[in-house]
Design a binder for this molecule. Structure first.
Ligand SMILES: *Cc1c(COP(=O)(O)O)cnc(C)c1O
Length: 365
């Protein structure tokens, strides 16, 4: 009996029947380049600081943590800059939880959320989990999205929420702020909440604008960020957003009480105090990212422009066999289910070399 058949024995919600859970394979392979983690470990000075900060809160774990995670919000505001204060920040256990809370507050039954595939595979799952209808918008054939096209689709659909992912996962390309502005404008009549998911912002090329610059005067705009990628803290589960203070007021209505543990708060605050150390490898990862783009182009493949720590590339006749061939040599990358394409995370220099070398062998170069 498979999982779907077993589930048939339970009184599951009708709208969840037949659905598949999020499931990037977690395989025990030497080189893991499949889920866009930072492949550098946490540096010793940051580990020491986190250990001390966690130790400091252990004696008080008999009490519930600060429900308002005030010190963490202050530290996140200082990290983002742009004149933001603690009241502009909200956080949860990964940006996935932040996004879920936004859908709980502004989506739900009878409401619609618009996304632009190919984009982050969690958006439709978060929609179905909250009973929100997910509508797939259209991109150009090269996966780009112009301000004009995005705004037209928002005007026509009048969704309650729009997901813009910049840099976009899985394509890696950042959107210009003109797209965010146009989508926000187009959502005026429908009072559409616009989420810009900037999980990979720290990896963008110099001069790439963040939608954070657009926040003043736009109370329906939300910029989401995470410590899972550039900060090398995917295992700590800390995501956050910047927005008008009333967005946090809305999310307080749906969050679980004390949702951020004292250990999570202490870990994140200590990590932010050591952000220079934790972010030190971002430049090296960007160099490897650009090296992958150049290397793939040199093999006659078509890499998309990347502002993230991964590269999406096309021109493969048989991506499944390339994926399997890389796995057989100990390199796990991602098949995102788009014909002729694969996605690879930029790792350390040695990991990147292993990927490029094995790929060249498999392609017969
Ligand atoms: C990795 C990723 C996230 C991060 O999720 P966390 O829950 O913060 O670990 C968010 N959005 C996108 C597009 C991602 O690729």
């Amino acid at each position: 009996m498979n999982q779907i058949e077993r589930l048939e024995r339970l009184p599951l919600r009708d709208d969840l029947r037949g659905q598949h859970p999020y499931g990037a394979p977690q395989l025990d392979v030497p080189i893991l380049l499949n889920v866009n983690e930072n492949t550098y470990g946490v540096p010793q000075d940051a580990r020491d600081a986190i250990l001390k900060a966690v130790d400091d809160v252990l004696a008080g774990l008999n009490r519930y943590p600060d429900r308002e995670f005030t010190e963490l919000r202050r530290a996140l505001a200082a990290y983002l800059g742009h004149g933001l204060a603690a009241e502009n920040i909200w956080a949860a256990n990964g940006s996935n939880e932040v996004l879920q809370q936004i859908l709980q507050a502004f989506g739900g039954p009878g409401r619609r959320v618009l996304g632009f595939p190919p984009t982050y595979s969690m958006y439709p799952l978060l929609a179905s989990g909250t009973g929100t209808e997910y509508v797939s918008g259209a991109r150009a054939a090269d996966f780009s999205l112009t301000a004009e096209s995005a705004a037209k689709q928002v005007r026509e659909l009048a969704p309650n929420i729009v997901f813009l992912c910049s840099p976009n996962n899985p394509t890696g390309t950042a959107l210009g702020n003109d797209v965010v502005e146009a989508v926000y404008e187009a959502g005026s009549a429908s009072r559409t909440v616009v989420i810009v998911d900037e999980a990979y912002a720290e990896f963008a090329h110099d001069g790439t604008a963040s939608a954070i610059a657009l926040l003043p005067g736009r109370e329906r705009l939300i910029v989401s960020r995470t410590m899972s990628k550039a900060f090398a803290l995917a295992g700590a589960r800390l995501g956050y957003l910047a927005a008008a203070p009333e967005i946090s007021d809305a999310l307080r209505l749906v969050r679980l009480p004390y949702h951020l543990s004292a250990i999570t708060q202490a870990t994140a605050v200590a990590a932010l105090r050591n952000s220079d150390s934790l972010l030190a490898n971002v430049e090296q990862i960007k160099i490897q990212r650009d090296r992958i783009v150049a290397g793939l182009a040199g093999m006659g493949l078509q890499p998309a422009p990347s502002d993230s720590n991964f590269v999406f590339f096309g021109g493969l006749e048989d991506p499944q066999s390339i994926w399997a061939g890389l796995l057989a040599s100990g390199v796990l990358i991602r098949d995102v289910g788009i014909a002729g394409h694969l996605r690879v995370t930029a790792g350390t220099e040695a990991e990147t070399t292993a990927f490029l070398t094995q790929l060249a062998v498999l392609l017969g170069h």
